[in-house]
Design a binder for this molecule. Structure first.
Ligand code: MEV
Length: 422
């Protein structure tokens, strides 16, 4: 079955659930989780209490499905959790158009995370560095002895690099422990290893250990992704040219690059949240990666193909896991993984990157052409109608009227609601 769920957005919620149930071969129980989550939050309060401290309630957010993703020849219906209107529709629309040219190509690197160990008061950096590298094998064996399971699965500490960081209070010898974390996000495994080998590093260097923590700038754990959109699907050659201008602007202006990247993160964070992953880590890593050459710039870039179509590519660090943390305990996060039908964290990272790219192209295309307000306004008007108390058919009526008179405002929504109810 493909994810070409024709008119998915027009179906009722029950119909949508039935389709995703069939597509992802969900059990009746799993489908029921989607059904019941609209009234009672799917994250049980007892589970929530085990996740964080001082819990008083559970906060709900919309959980949606973006169909149409064809990635490396495989079809995906992607769960997204996001509060912003249009993000899901935009992702799914751009994915559908990308399917016309063969879909996305995505390739994740090995899941290598960096753990940092800061050493202060090292007297001779060159000698210390030399000594650490001399003892590399021993240090790696020691680090790996604290996570035999990870090693058994083919992961574990793989390499050590040594850097010097100049601070205002002194210089620091910074050891990078490179760990293949397999299907985990990796924070626990990496932090434990860093803590455990830090005393040995003190002995080797004569320095004093300070911080021992993973870096969210996961430059060795990235996904490279690209997609092609035909000029016909984008609105002609002129549209392609305008989109290229938009990319050129963003690549050369930090103010625009930030918003351009925000459009990418709309998709990335939504899938990251839906799968129970740490979206702050992903956000921090992405923006640092965008500035890795000293200038903050775009994560994605565009070019015109020989046929005059638009090819957009991106490289982004994506440290996501499918074992441990909220991915394991949040019932909907578990269900998201089931719906995605993925086997590895790398596959999840590839999907997430594609959704980010789809959202990016959708936003830039709209901005370069008609502007984004038109599409946004309808949903915005509906939200406004709901917030003044409109119900059922009143919502659509008020929204349509506000768009028609080009006055999408709270006071107008209130006025129209009063008139309807008179
Ligand atoms: C809004 O959530 C995202 C955009 O601002 C992205 C962009 O400007 O490229 C529309």
């Amino acid at each position: 079955m493909t994810t070409d769920f024709s008119g998915y957005y027009k179906k009722t919620r029950t119909e949508r659930i039935a389709l995703i149930k069939e597509f992802a071969s969900l059990t009746a129980e799993q489908a029921e989780l989607l059904e019941s989550s609209s009234s009672a939050n799917s994250l049980h309060i007892e589970t929530a209490e085990k996740m964080i401290e001082n819990v008083v309630s559970v906060y709900g957010l919309p959980y949606a499905i973006a169909p149409n993703f064809l990635i490396n020849g495989k079809e995906y219906a992607v769960p997204m959790v996001v509060e912003e209107a249009s993000v899901v529709a935009a992702a799914s629309h751009m994915a559908k158009l990308c399917k016309n040219t063969g879909g996305f190509t995505a390739k994740a690197s090995n899941p290598i995370m960096i753990g940092q160990i800061q050493l202060a008061k090292v007297k001779n950096f060159e000698t210390a560095k030399h000594k650490i590298l001399e003892k590399k094998t021993e240090l790696l064996i020691l680090a790996n002895s604290f996570d035999p399971l990870l090693v058994k699965m083919g992961g574990g500490a793989k390499d050590i690099e040594v850097r010097e960081v100049q601070g205002k209070r002194g210089n620091y010898l910074v050891v990078h422990l490179l760990v293949d974390v397999r299907d985990a996000m990796g924070a626990n495994a990496v932090n434990t290893m860093c803590e455990k080998i830090s005393s040995n590093l003190e002995e080797i260097t004569g320095g004093e250990k300070r911080l021992r923590i993973l870096s969210n700038l996961a430059i060795h754990r990235t996904v490279k992704v690209s997609g092609v959109w035909s000029k016909e699907d984008l609105g002609g050659l002129e549209a392609v040219e305008r989109i290229l201008d938009a990319f050129d602007f963003a690549q050369n202006d930090m103010f625009r690059a930030c918003t351009h990247n925000k459009g990418i993160m709309n998709g990335i964070s939504a899938v990251t949240v839906a799968t129970g992953n740490d979206w702050r880590a992903i956000e921090a890593g992405a923006h640092a990666f965008a500035a890795r050459n000293g200038n903050y710039t775009t994560l994605s870039w565009a070019e015109k193909t020989q046929e005059g179509n638009l090819k957009v590519s991106m490289e982004i660090p994506l440290a996501v896991g499918i074992v441990g943390g909220a991915t394991k305990v949040h019932p909907l996060a578990q269900l998201s993984l089931k719906i995605l039908n993925i086997k590895t964290a790398s596959e999840l990272a590839e999907i997430i990157a594609c959704v980010g790219l789809a959202n990016n192209v959708a936003a830039v295309r709209a901005l370069a052409m008609e502007g984004i307000q038109e599409g946004h306004m309808k949903l915005h008007a509906k939200n406004m109608a709901v917030s003044v108390g409109a119900q059922g058919k009143e919502i659509e009526k008020i929204a349509e009227e506000m768009i028609k008179i080009k006055q999408v405002r709270m006071d107008i929504a209130e006025k129209l609601l009063k008139e309807i109810r008179k």
